[in-house]
Ligand binder design. Structure first.
Ligand code: NI
Length: 377
């Protein structure tokens, strides 16, 4: 397998050049299927429109470990000068999913060579549509992952030196919830506000009022954010409108803070509106829960890194989200960051990944998986 390093770099460049948005990853899926089949790795009949689940079955019975990567790109116009820059206008792999895919495919190829040594099974999930985020739930709905014992995932991080791993236990990424509040007032002539109930004034009071949730209602040690990101009302200058809409997102690391923030948001919106004689409709759209890394897995993951002489560090928590957490409903998992070195941030049109990290990180995941299967947690 002396060519694996260059093969992974080639695959990464191809993926980078052919970015596809969530649930449209047809070319990507076909490319991965071709490679897996050529290498004799079973592709399960998951009946996914895009994305794949592959499986390597060891010679002896045992546990099932899943390696998960995401394959979708973003609607961003690339601005790098890379020779393999996106061939598609307005689409870019700006979140490193091309690197994640190459890394997990590399790990699969290495594990496939060691099949006769393996106890149990490895499932490799090439997940569509992480960015929407909806892909994890679609993959889970296939029912193909029910007997999976634990999940490993990877994400690149421009905040770490190239190749350095970020391994931290506990909650590391936020639950991502969305909310919308519609204030129903009563329209009137702009010159006769007393004849109506101005929903814009009510909305302004709600926008101010909910700022107290993080500062006054939540435990100061529970990281959380309430952001209102979209307000809309009215259509002209001399009419008081009937309604005003606002929407935004709540990000929390702890389930208790998540619940409290939702309750407080709903109750503040309702009572502020009532105080003004208006009414507020509240809608809550729960997204993926927080990513919570298993402590025992972290311990093993650090030891495997040490054995391979790969440096591992803690990485700061973030209130961005990841639908990797959807797999971890009552099952342990570990989401590892891998440094890309100096780069523009994720989702930036000039974001880039150092290809040097692909092969060692693939080796790392192969060894970690083999350890977990053969020696257990
Ligand atoms: Ni991402």
């Amino acid at each position: 397998m002396k060519h694996l390093r260059s093969m992974l770099e080639e695959l990464f460049e191809w993926l980078h050049q052919h970015p596809e948005l969530g649930f449209e990853e047809y070319e990507t899926t076909a490319k991965l299927r071709t490679i897996l089949e050529r290498e004799g790795i079973e592709v399960l009949d998951a009946k996914l429109e895009t994305g794949l689940v592959a499986q390597i079955t060891g010679d002896r019975p045992g546990k099932c470990v899943a390696l998960r990567c995401d394959i979708d790109a973003l609607p961003i116009q690339e601005q790098t000068e890379l020779s393999y820059a996106s061939a598609y206008p307005g689409r870019m792999h700006a979140c490193g999913h091309d690197a994640h895919t190459a890394i997990m495919l590399g790990a699969a190829l290495l594990l496939n060579q060691r099949r006769s040594e393996l106890k149990g099974k490895v499932r490799i999930i090439f997940q569509p549509a992480e960015e929407l985020p909806a892909g994890a739930r679609v993959v889970l709905a296939t029912g193909m992952l029910e007997d999976t014992d634990l999940f490993l995932g990877v994400h690149v991080s421009p905040e770490l030196p190239a190749g350095t791993l970020g391994i931290k236990e506990g909650p590391i990424m936020a639950a991502v919830d969305r909310f919308a509040i519609t204030v129903h007032g009563r329209g009137a002539h702009a010159a006769q506000p007393h004849e109506g109930v101005d929903p814009i004034v009510v909305q302004a009071a709600i926008v101010q009022g909910v700022q107290s949730i993080v500062s006054r209602a939540l435990d100061p040690f529970a990281a959380a954010v309430v952001s209102i990101t979209h307000v809309e009302s009215g259509s002209t200058w001399n009419v008081i409108p009937e309604t005003a809409l606002m929407e935004g997102t709540v990000r929390t690391l702890e389930p208790a803070a998540r619940k409290k923030a939702q309750e407080q948001l709903q109750s503040l919106a309702g009572s502020i509106a009532a105080a003004y004689g208006a009414q507020a409709d509240f809608a809550w759209y729960p997204g993926p829960p927080a990513v919570i890394n298993d402590g025992a897995l972290c311990h093993i993951a650090r030891n495997v890194a040490k054995n391979l002489m790969i440096s591992a560090t803690m990485q700061e928590n973030t209130l961005t989200g990841e639908d990797f957490s959807c797999y971890l409903d009552n099952r342990p998992g570990l989401f590892v960051r891998v440094g890309t070195g100096c780069s523009f941030p994720l989702h930036h049109p000039r974001f880039r990944v150092d290809e040097q990290i692909l092969y060692p990180t693939a080796q790392y995941f192969a060894q970690l998986t083999e350890y977990l299967l053969n020696k257990g947690v």
